[in-house]
Design a protein around this ligand. Structure first.
Ligand code: FES
Ligand SMILES: [Fe+2]
Length: 345
């Protein structure tokens, strides 16, 4: 079950062009994307209204999409504009377009009731489109339910164990309690790790040998958007009090978009605001993050494999699970509320 009346990240802006059709399944619904001559993103069900062929196997003709099974054509708004062999466009030929908004290099899509699609609900990821921050956009595909990945992102105590040699560092990191607050549609998690060795990926871009004060502060909001301010500063220079002079700072934007109940699109980026004239730093930061995320991928797939063998298995709650427990509760409550409203309508 998925939340429908919410904005999902459908993809990075560069994935959708005016020269080819692009298909992605979101919350179990196949969607076909392209751009019109003005650069606007079109998003239609990837299922022809005639006999259900995938429109993504079709052809773009002057900004319109022709189904390459029997030649029916659709425009960007989903209106059927041509049916071979007949003048009349039959009722039911049109397709309902999905609301989409392109903002800060992400294309957001609303899979629920179009009338409820409010762009002001889209989270602010301004650094994805700012010259002050450099990053490489990326995505991974998971063959697991999105909630297992949300669990992982909501509990950083896994860092020194899963990511010992990449993002993690000392096991002491896992002993620091994170501060967790409930915010509108999600959580804010803050963790400070004071006077400790720099994480391996920070050493790689700074050559620091001295201890640092390290922070991870992030918002995680429905349906699975992660926005993090993180960094390290030489220990004792007042980063926790707000002084970030001499610090290395990162901004991470990540989004979980369910493909099906058992698969997920995972969009991510790790931007940095230092050494902006050195593209090798962007490459190194990105490579470290990818190496770390592959470690998550391995662990979460292995976990999903074990869980699939015994659906009756009960997870044992620990203190570190407070954020993910709340998120699962919030997601469950939001889906139930949406479904009750739909039943009452
Ligand atoms: S299935 Fe598309 S035109 Fe027939
Ligand atoms: Fe991780």
């Amino acid at each position: 079950m998925f939340l429908k009346n919410t904005w999902y990240v459908a993809g990075w802006s560069h994935e959708i062009t005016d020269t080819s059709l692009f298909s992605r399944t979101i919350t179990g619904v196949p969607v076909v994307f392209w751009r019109d001559a003005q650069g606007r993103v079109a998003a239609l069900p990837d299922r022809c209204s005639h006999r259900g062929a995938p429109l993504s196997r079709g052809r773009l003709e002057d900004g319109e999409l022709r189904c390459m099974y029997h030649g029916v054509k659709f425009n960007c708004e989903g209106a059927c504009t041509f049916v071979p062999g007949q003048e009349r466009i039959p009722p039911g030929a049109n397709l309902a377009p999905f609301p989409v908004v392109e903002r800060n290099k992400w294309v957001w899509i609303w899979m629920g009731e179009a009338a409820k699609a409010d762009p002001s609900l889209i989270p602010d990821t301004f650094w994805l489109d700012s010259p002050q921050w450099h990053y490489k956009p990326d995505c991974m595909h998971y063959d697991v339910n999105y909630l297992l990945i949300a669990d992982n992102l909501l509990d950083f105590s896994h860092l020194p164990f899963v990511h010992e040699k990449t993002l993690g560092g000392s096991t002491e990191y896992a002993n620091v309690r994170a501060d967790v607050q409930h915010i509108d549609r999600g959580l804010r998690v803050e963790r400070w790790f004071m006077d400790a060795e720099p994480a391996p990926f920070v050493k790689r871009v700074t050559n620091w040998t001295q201890n640092v004060d390290r922070w991870n502060m992030y918002d995680f909001i429905l349906p699975g958007v992660f926005m993090m301010d993180s960094g390290s500063a030489p220990a004792g220079t007042g980063a926790r009090e707000g002084n970030r002079v001499g610090a290395v700072q990162f901004r991470s934007a990540q989004a979980l978009t369910p493909e099906t109940e058992n698969s997920t699109h995972y969009f991510f980026s790790q931007a940095h605001d230092f050494a902006l004239d050195d593209p090798s730093v962007t490459d190194t930061v990105h490579a470290s993050v990818v190496a770390g995320f592959k470690e998550d991928w391995d662990m979460i797939h292995a976990q999903a494999g074990i869980l699939s063998l015994d659906p009756g298995f009960k997870m044992m709650p620990l203190n570190v699970d407070n954020a993910l427990g709340y998120f699962r509760w919030l997601m469950g409550r939001s889906i139930s509320a949406e479904q009750s409203l739909a039943r009452a309508a």
